[in-house]
Design a protein around this ligand. Structure first.
Ligand code: COA
Length: 174
């Protein structure tokens, strides 16, 4: 049986810009997120530098998902409410080259450990309700549905602009 790859969280590092660009330029990666496919590697550098800066300002604790010295995704905690609430939103994006592996599961496991070590009680995830792999990946890995946020996002496809619901879920760390 083929051994499963190991995925770890590493602090954002500009040396991984090329890896991030290799999937950030793919339309399929961007289908459900608020970003256009990247067209230049400088955008990957800017994205990583942005994470470094936001981490430094303690707005986020964001990481690169790394396997065999290749960056295959990003995942982290976003502090969207005052620290006294001990809660964070999680954000994530895994390269299509690593979809269907256990990259998301391993990275989320590490992120939950980090969240616990910081004393957080509530993790929440808000994702487009039609982003089925995102909703299912969360529910498979310990998040529980809390509800639907109606008409939460503006989205666009070849037929034009439309409104789409969001799915909100949480994991309570007790
Ligand atoms: C969301 C994301 C991290 C999920 O990772 P993944 O590796 O694709 O997740 P999985 O392969 O474990 O898929 C999750 C589940 O959804 C299922 N699934 C995938 N597409 C589906 C669809 N269209 N309809 C129903 N189920 C679907 C999978 O079969 C899997 O369930 P299973 O293990 O029971 O078969 C990844 O797709 C991603 O990063 N996408 C781009 C960025 C993004 O959308 N980020 C989220 C922003 S909130």
């Amino acid at each position: 049986m083929k051994p499963q790859a190991t995925f770890t969280l590493e602090y954002p590092d500009l040396n991984y810009a090329e890896d991030l660009f290799s999937y950030g330029k793919l339309p399929i990666f961007c289908e459900f997120i608020d970003a256009e496919p990247m067209i230049d590697i400088s955008q990957a550098r800017d994205f990583i530098q942005g994470l470094i800066d936001q981490n430094r300002r303690q707005e986020k604790d964001y990481y690169l998902v790394v396997s065999n010295r290749k960056c295959v995704g990003t995942m982290g905690l976003i502090y969207n409410r005052p620290a006294s609430h001990k809660s964070a939103l999680i954000g994530y994006g895994i390269s299509p080259f690593a979809w269907g592996t256990n990259a998301f599961e391993q990275a989320l496991g590490d992120l939950v450990s980090i969240a616990r070590s910081k004393g957080l009680i509530r993790l929440e995830a808000i994702t487009r309700n039609d982003n089925k792999s995102s909703v299912n990946a969360l529910l498979k890995n310990g998040f529980e549905t809390e509800g639907i946020l109606k008409s939460y996002y503006t989205a666009e496809d070849e037929d034009g602009i439309f409104r789409v619901d969001a799915h909100i879920s949480s994991m309570i760390l007790t």
